[in-house]
Design a protein around this ligand. Structure first.
Ligand code: URA
Ligand code: SF4
Length: 234
């Protein structure tokens, strides 16, 4: 896909999402939140679902959790526009309840298509619901800060997944906040490792329009699960 085709594909998905009535969440939304970011990025962040501010603005992670996410990115020298940010459900669940499995399933094709257009090297999951779709059976307390091969059925067969706590959880707990800063520090090394494992990796390192700096200085802070078929260790 050329960069122009990628932009068009992402915009077409966003238009569909804004008019979508595939699950009950459409009934309570003000605006659907398709996601946004750099169309040529190597890194996609996937949260849970829009909250109050996101529902009002039609943009992901623009409330307090979003501010914290931007602070995490800032610690590694990244801006929100360097990456793509979206959610497993694109419409706000009432009273910010967890999305139901059938709602996640109904919305999944949009995320799958976004990932297939973006073809990221690294997917960073924010919270349990997002992690659960990419690393089935994982427990957040053990999986956060670790890198995993992605389930090929996700639409991003050549990506790796790095799990983080949800920033809203970090707002509620200073322990989770501290762990989240540590996990954020591990993102550049996770990206380097994900790049290294991509099919045809040699050419991927060429700086592109959205070249993101990934330094090795934080590599000691991540644990990498090197055996996709090994029994899970959590
Ligand atoms: N929480 C999420 O999971 N997603 C958003 O977009 C905002 C808050
Ligand atoms: Fe459609 Fe997803 Fe919104 Fe449900 S949450 S109405 S599937 S866009």
């Amino acid at each position: 896909m050329t960069p122009v085709e990628r932009r068009e594909a992402l915009e077409a998905i966003a238009v569909e999402v804004r008019g979508c009535t595939r699950c009950r969440l459409h009934a309570g939304r003000t605006k659907a939140v398709p996601g946004e970011g750099h169309p040529d990025t190597e890194v996609v962040f996937v949260g849970e679902g829009p909250g109050l501010n996101e529902d009002r603005q039609g943009r992901p992670f623009v409330g307090r959790a979003g501010d914290l996410l931007v602070r995490f990115l800032g610690t590694i020298g990244w801006k929100r526009d360097d990456v793509f940010i979206t959610n497993v459900v694109k419409c706000r669940p009432p009273d910010n309840r967890d999305p139901e499995p059938d709602e996640i399933a109904a919305c999944w094709p949009y995320l799958e298509r976004q990932l297939s257009a973006l073809d990221p090297a690294l997917i960073v999951t924010l919270g349990r619901h997002s992690m659960g779709r990419f690393i089935p059976g994982a427990r957040i307390g053990l999986a956060h800060g670790t890198l995993h091969p992605v389930d090929p059925a996700t639409g991003a067969p050549s990506a790796m997944v790095y799990a983080m706590y949800h920033p809203a959880a970090a707002l509620r707990s200073s322990d989770v906040e501290r762990l989240s800063y540590e996990d954020a520090a591990g993102i550049p090394a996770a990206l380097l490792e994900a790049r290294r494992r991509r099919p045809g990796a040699a050419s991927v390192n060429a700086p592109g329009p959205a070249a993101i700096s990934a330094s090795l200085t934080t590599s000691e802070s991540i644990t990498i699960d090197t055996a996709p078929d090994a029994p899970t260790f959590f």
